[in-house]
Write a protein that binds this ligand. Sequence first.
Ligand SMILES: CC(C)(COP(=O)(O)OP(=O)(O)OC[C@H]1O[C@@H](n2cnc3c(N)ncnc32)[C@H](O)[C@@H]1OP(=O)(O)O)[C@@H](O)C(=O)NCCC(=O)NCCS
Length: 284
Amino acid sequence: MKIRAARRQDREQVLAFCKHTFSWGDYVDRVWDTWFSAKNGRLLVGEHGGRPVAMSHVAICPDNSAWLEGVRVHPEFRRSGVATELLERMLAHAGRLGARQASAIVAINNTASQRMMEKNGFIVISNWVYYSTEAKLGARKTGARRAGPGDLPAIWEYLKQSRTYRQSAGRYVRSWQWYMLDSKAMRQLVKEGRVAVAGAPIDGIAIINNDGYWGRTDVLQVVYLDSEKSARDLLSFATNLYGQGGFSRLHILCHESRHLTSMVEKFRIKESERFLLYSKVITG
Ligand SMILES: CC(C)(COP(=O)(O)OP(=O)(O)OC[C@H]1O[C@@H](n2cnc3c(N)ncnc32)[C@H](O)[C@@H]1OP(=O)(O)O)[C@@H](O)C(=O)NCCC(=O)NCCS
């Protein structure tokens, strides 16, 4: 198997074996063009007999860690080490660019991929849950508000002692990539008006993405949720934005903690999927 950079003409042949990857299909057709032309990443293809039979993408995140995604091996070529070779190539590429950590997300029911990650030295650092609804949700009272730059010190005080922040591995989601939620990222998110806080002093934080992802703008996403006491207020704040903003779908992505999931379920939003966040230190 020859592993090489993807070429423009690989697209159709790759998409042909990525149509029915999962029970719901696949998303590679929606991201191929973005991944192909992205400056911060590398789209790889595995070639056999002159045709592409495997693919994967590695992106270098703003925090300089590597994000691995879109590992696909044609069903006829599985269990012969192709994905392992793709992982090695992605880690080597990221390492050359100075990344010291690589992460990836795997669905809870994808045992093949979990075994593959574990065999290649990745460990689970966090469990996440993903909710999705198209339901119309009525307006609710909320004590949450949009955070301003003056809230940053209190936001950090809160996060420093937050169990959920630790359990979330200090990450939030951006276009289905889990990024470090460090002080630089938080400052930028507050500046962009994407952070909601509750309580005085602050006892809860949500990060909300109202720009969609992969060219899709009709989705409002809660991409980080953290509160023992005010999750209801934060979710009401988000569902009000969803209701008022003319969005057609609401996503909630958060750490799989009982106090968070039971609160989301009170809004009668159903779980779509659970994910394991894997990570590995890049050496050498
Ligand atoms: C998951 C996937 C990428 C693995 O590709 P692959 O080329 O077959 O993987 P490898 O041959 O490198 O396997 C490495 C190890 O992973 C584990 N593994 C791979 N497939 C497995 C399966 N079906 N069941 C159990 N373990 C599996 C094994 O430990 C394997 O080592 P072994 O063959 O020596 O036992 C492939 O099955 C695939 O394309 N699946 C659909 C897409 C997908 O799920 N992508 C990952 C999304 S997160």
